[in-house]
Ligand binder design. Structure first.
Ligand SMILES: NC(=O)c1ccc[n+]([C@@H]2O[C@H](COP(=O)([O-])OP(=O)(O)OC[C@H]3O[C@@H](n4cnc5c(N)ncnc54)[C@H](OP(=O)(O)O)[C@@H]3O)[C@@H](O)[C@H]2O)c1
Length: 245
């Protein structure tokens, strides 16, 4: 990489997003760490990157808030004249599991607003620069749930399924301009999000016999944002230890 490439990772304070931030910084990207509220964890990601000689900065905003997201991206642009964000990893997400018969409307909307509206809110303002500069990488962190549907996760499955469909549509819109759009669909990955799950029981369903590590997802994302992955677009790549979907 000759010029500095900026990579915005949403939800990079913890878990999978943090691992992606560390990996992309090690690959030479200047990383923009987004998070919602956990400043302490975000600073830890930043410090770990800079301690390893990488470049990073913090950019907190709630991805579900269209105006706040637009304002944060505009402010970044104002401070980085002549530069553009060429990589975005839409990773921010939450779970609010409930059987649909008991699901309050707010739980339905909150999950969709973060994973699905968040993808639109963050990606839409970044597209023009990627198209003008004729290079961009968009990676959306979906889920096994968005492919097969999981009971107790009608909201989450809908959000991730919608994200997969949007990935395929957008990939076709921007392919000619050397912008790729792909989705990564993890199965069970160790993080705060899965800390409440019964790993001993669930791992019996996984051919690999274990939960995945956030760093394993980060390896895949690092390949998808590299120059080497230029001809892969509109794909959904599962990383789930062999759970058949
Ligand atoms: N772990 C798994 O097994 C698994 C499987 C499939 C898919 N995924 C997907 O992978 C992604 C990361 O999951 P994870 O396991 O790493 O989760 P996690 O450990 O709970 O971390 C979630 C991250 O998202 C951020 N976030 C939450 N709401 C946000 C908002 N409104 N705006 C901006 N950032 C927000 C959090 O920021 P704060 O620290 O500020 O709260 C945090 O950095 C999610 O999209 C999840 O759905 C995870």
């Amino acid at each position: 990489m000759n010029e500095t490439r900026y990579a915005l990772i949403t939800g990079a304070s913890r878990g999978i997003g943090r691992a992606i931030a560390l990996k992309l910084a090690a690959q030479g990207f200047s990383v923009i760490i987004n998070y919602a509220s956990n400043e302490e964890a975000a600073r830890k990601t930043l410090d770990d990157i800079t301690a390893n000689g990488g470049k990073a900065e913090l950019l907190p905003f709630d991805v579900s808030d269209n105006k706040a997201t637009a304002a944060a991206i505009e402010s970044w642009q104002a401070h980085h004249e002549g530069e553009y964000i060429s990589v975005v990893v839409n990773n921010a997400g939450i779970r609010k599991d409930n059987l649909m018969m008991w699901m309050p409307e707010e739980e339905w909307h909150r999950v969709l607003r973060i994973s699905l509206d968040g993808f639109f809110n963050v990606t839409q303002p970044l597209l023009t620069s990627m198209l003008v500069k004729k290079w961009g990488r968009i990676v959306n962190i979906a889920s096994l749930s968005g492919i097969k549907g999981m009971p107790g996760q009608a909201n989450y499955s809908a959000a991730k399924g919608g994200l997969i469909a949007a990935t395929k549509a957008l990939a076709q819109e921007v392919a000619k301009k050397r912008v790729t759009v792909n989705a990564v669909a993890p199965g069970f990955i160790k993080s705060d999000m899965t800390a409440d799950l019964n790993e001993a029981e669930l791992k019996r369903l996984i051919p690999a016999g274990r939960f995945g590590e956030a760093e394993e997802v980060a390896e895949l994302v690092a390949f998808l944002v590299s120059d080497a992955a230029a001809y892969i677009t509109g794909e959904v790549i599962s990383i789930n230890g062999g759970i058949y979907t």
